[in-house]
Design a protein around this ligand. Structure first.
Ligand code: KE4
Length: 442
């Protein structure tokens, strides 16, 4: 009798004890590391900051994602942002397949590019024109060149803790001590390529003013309007007002990197909700709906400096790819129709209040920062308002929390310094399940 029970309930038993849970992921990892560096195509996926080896994903649908061992999770990663209406959405599926049947890539403009351009520009009052590229990095890299061409000034300011993709000029670390000049933040980045990059402190407008006093030729300030790469850090009103003042007073361009925040908190950019006066906007993630799309845009006076109209060169074989455009068009069309932002705010509020309540009950120091459909918990006694605060968090505690949440069926970004993302397919059941697992995990 017992023998038959065991055989028929083998998977459930082994899953319960997590004995068999990640066998196929492990097998694929051992295979992939031979040819893929670290077994991944992007470092954060390697699980380095939480330990262990990365999951391999088999499929996803709606708000759920399934690994190659058949374990299903509520997905709070959403491909690091793009899947805002959930995975395999029928309207995206239908339009992408329809587009595919007409051809994949032409090296010439197709109607989908104009459709997506109109959709995006209509959502950004600061954007008359847009140029599609293939990633957020490419958008930011091009925006640096455009800001320098238009302003005629080479120096740019960025903020510690903000990540803008892997373009050399922004892969920098603060100089030691008081030195405000940057140090290369990666192997292979030369001092020459970061000599015009200055680093200020997020939410500290005095640190920006200090750089302006010390350096000539600052053409642009790059920022994430809501920081999402040090965990979520929301700008203070004073910080935004200070940037608007500096923009006017010193004739410095504001470049809003909305690769992550674009369409996440309203149908447009966080810049509008915050009142951030913006000259150039960078986009990615959601505007491709999971397909490779990035973009940069601005008022016509600025964008007309871009080739073929102007002297600033930028090009790309697959830029505006019709199939990728279709993913973006269908995704943004659904978001515009459903207007899910009140739902996102409500879900994020209930989730964060629930997490804070359980943490208080258990005496675990916790902060939860959130803005629209981006949020994340910090294991910290103190509020997190900048990168220096974030770096003091208990990342060991986060690592063990991450694995407990995974075992409970919650797929979180494998780093304290990443944002959790919400999608329209979440519901009360996922909210209650997430809080139940959270309570057991802390
Ligand atoms: P991509 O080149 O990865 O498409 O975009 C770069 C980028 C630019 N700007 C901001 C504000 C971003 O958050 C990103 C990329 N975000 C990371 C998540 N922290 C992508 C995940 C990854 O690197 O694999």
């Amino acid at each position: 009798m017992l023998y038959f029970y065991f055989i028929f309930n083998f998977k459930k038993i082994f899953n319960k004890f997590n004995i068999m849970k990640l066998i196929n992921s492990e097998k694929l990892y051992q295979r992939s590391v031979k040819t893929l560096v670290g077994g991944v195509n992007s470092p954060v996926r390697a699980f380095k900051s939480v330990g262990g080896n990365p999951l391999f994903i088999e499929s996803a649908n709606g708000t759920f994602i399934k690994d190659v061992d058949g374990n299903e999770y509520v997905d709070y990663v959403l491909s690091y942002g793009p899947m805002i209406i959930g995975h395999v959405h029928p309207q995206v599926q239908e339009f992408v397949v329809k587009t595919l049947e007409k051809g994949y890539s032409f090296g010439a403009t197709s109607e989908n590019e104009a459709i997506l351009a109109e959709l995006v520009c209509s959502a950004f009052p600061t954007m008359d024109k847009i140029r599609f590229v293939n990633s957020g990095t490419e958008a930011v890299m091009s925006a640096i060149r455009l800001a320098r061409a238009f302003s005629g000034k080479n120096k740019i300011i960025k903020f510690s803790g903000c990540y803008h993709g892997h373009t050399d000029a922004l892969l920098v670390e603060a100089g030691s001590g008081l030195a405000t000049l940057s140090m290369p933040g990666s192997g292979g980045v030369t001092q020459a390529s970061v000599q015009d990059t200055l680093i200020a402190k997020y939410n500290d407008i005095a640190s920006v003013e200090k750089l302006i006093q010390e350096h000539e030729g600052i053409g642009a300030i790059f920022l994430e309007p809501i920081a999402g790469n040090m965990g979520v850090v929301v700008p203070t009103k004073a910080f935004i007002e200070g940037l608007n003042r500096i923009r006017k007073q010193h004739n410095i361009l504001i470049v809003a990197d909305e690769v992550m925040t674009g369409f996440r908190s309203c149908f447009g950019g966080a810049q509008e909700l915050l009142g951030l006066e913006t000259d150039i906007t960078c986009l990615g993630k959601v505007i491709g709906g999971g397909f490779p799309v990035g973009a940069y845009g601005a008022r016509a006076e600025i964008m007309d400096r871009v080739s073929p109209l102007g002297d600033m060169y930028q090009a790309g074989t697959l830029s505006g790819n019709p199939v990728a455009m279709a993913g973006g068009i269908a995704t943004l069309t659904v978001v515009k129709e459903e207007n899910p932002y009140a739902f996102f705010n409500d879900y994020a509020q209930k989730l964060s209040e629930g997490m804070l309540g359980f943490a208080k009950e258990k005496g675990v120091p916790l902060q939860v920062n959130r803005f629209g459909s981006m949020m994340n918990p910090f294991f910290s006694e103190n509020p997190i308002q900048n990168y220096e605060d974030a770096k003091k968090c208990d990342t060991q505690k986060f690592a063990s929390f991450f694995w407990k949440m995974l075992e409970g069926g919650m797929y979180l970004p494998p780093s304290q310094f990443e944002a959790w993302f919400l999608n329209t397919q979440l519901n009360d059941a996922t909210l209650n399940k997430t809080l139940e697992v959270f309570k057991n995990s802390i």
